[in-house]
Design a protein around this ligand. Structure first.
Ligand SMILES: Nc1ncnc2c1ncn2[C@@H]1O[C@H](COP(=O)(O)OP(=O)(O)O)[C@@H](O)[C@H]1O
Ligand SMILES: [Mg+2]
Length: 363
């Protein structure tokens, strides 16, 4: 009788241990170990050997062929810019963000544009049924016949369909809902996420398929299994924004094919996300004129300067310790400036609360 091998894996960083541990020795998180059953190892490691899919001998870098159209442009320019000038063929992009922020909407819209240009796209939804996806698509005006939708959780089935349909671009919404039958652990556990992302990456690199993985964000604000996925993928994007505000910011935190300084700004409307070509206008829209404590500053985001409103409020403190609150700016920098004002300018701020805020939640 074969003995079932189990292991304990940290759900935060993927650290493996033969027995349960209260604290992960690698990332330091508490109570993050979950028992996972290991699958037959030989089969897994045999599949994880090659990213080219074929056996090529080493080649001189001068003779390797690249194709001229190395990037696919969605023509949603805010999206293309954050990707570094379009989606690189064969790349794997991870998009994280809070639930309800608009990840599914963004990808459905951007890839509909791409599909409209004749590029075949497969949107795999593990969270919503085909009808739910269709209702959303109708609301935001997505209607390209080259956009295919699949409601599926099984990795094997998804890969089978990808090989059959041979789309140029695939979206997995979300990677935490995908599971492989080769592992016994629950969908969403670190080993399932790692295995699924790894297999999809191998498929992408060997067939020149560009893949978007949508990732859930944990309570702490990181993509679940962050370190594991961030190593695997080529690009990591975060889609963020304030619930109370309609606009959303897309930013890159890792990009093998572009700068990580660029941001894309969108506004969430009834009909979906709209690009904001001039974000300064949006950030300054509600600015009161000629009011003390409000100034406009220029902040360089990648290749584009953005004007934002900086607000400051100084009021007498009612406690022994004056408060120093900074939202959107570095609190250490605020402390430094306060110290300079006290020492060099002679302002007495020791009994004053100081609040500094970047208006509109732009950080
Ligand atoms: N019928 C609707 N009318 C207007 N806005 C909607 C409607 N349904 C959903 N939304 C907006 O779309 C957002 C959901 O976006 P979604 O792409 O599903 O987010 P995510 O995939 O990041 O969880 C919600 O925040 C909501 O504001
Ligand atoms: Mg979604």
């Amino acid at each position: 009788m074969t003995k079932i091998k189990t292991n304990f894996g940290c759900q935060n960083c993927g650290y493996q241990a033969p027995k349960w541990l209260g604290k992960c020795p690698d990332c330091g998180s508490w109570n993050s170990f979950v028992e996972e059953q290991l699958s037959a190892l030989p089969e897994r490691s045999a599949q994880a050997i090659s990213i080219s899919g074929q056996a090529f001998p080493p080649q001189s870098i001068t003779v390797i062929e690249t194709c001229e159209e190395g990037r696919l442009k969605t023509d949603v320019s805010e999206f293309d810019r954050v990707l570094g000038g379009g989606l690189v063929i064969g790349s794997v992009v991870l998009i994280g963000g809070d639930p309800g922020i608009g990840k599914s909407t963004l990808l459905l819209q951007a890839l509909d544009k791409l599909a409209g240009k004749g590029v075949s796209v497969l949107y795999v939804s593990g969270e919503e049924s085909l009808r739910q996806t269709k209702i959303r698509a109708d609301r935001i005006g997505v209607s390209s016949p080259n956009l295919y939708v699949l409601a599926e959780n099984s990795l094997e089935k998804i890969i089978e369909d990808l090989k059959k349909l041979k789309p140029k671009v695939a979206v997995i919404d979300s990677i935490q809902t995908v599971f492989t039958a080769q592992l016994q652990s629950a969908p969403g556990s670190i080993s399932q996420v790692r295995e699924s992302a790894g297999k999809l990456m191998l498929l992408s690199k060997s067939t020149n398929l560009s893949t978007f993985l949508i990732g859930h964000v944990t309570k702490e604000g990181a993509i679940a299994g962050p370190r594991v996925l961030e190593h695997i993928v080529d690009t990591v994007l975060y889609f963020e924004g304030d619930r109370g505000h309609p606009y959303r910011i897309l930013r890159a935190v890792k990009n093998r094919f572009g700068s990580t300084n660029e941001i894309g700004v969108f506004e969430m409307k009834d009909g979906g996300l709209e690009e904001v070509a001039n974000p300064s206008e949006l950030f300054l829209a509600e600015r009161p004129i000629d009011v003390p404590g409000s100034v406009v500053i220029s902040s360089l985001e990648g290749s584009r300067p953005i004007l934002v409103e900086l607000q400051a409020l100084v009021s007498p403190t009612s406690y022994g310790m004056p408060r120093r609150t900074a939202i959107g700016v570095d609190p250490n920098r605020v402390s430094l400036l306060v110290a300079v004002l006290e020492e060099k300018v002679g302002m007495n701020l020791a009994q004053q609360d100081i609040f500094v805020n970047v208006a509109g939640g732009f950080a």
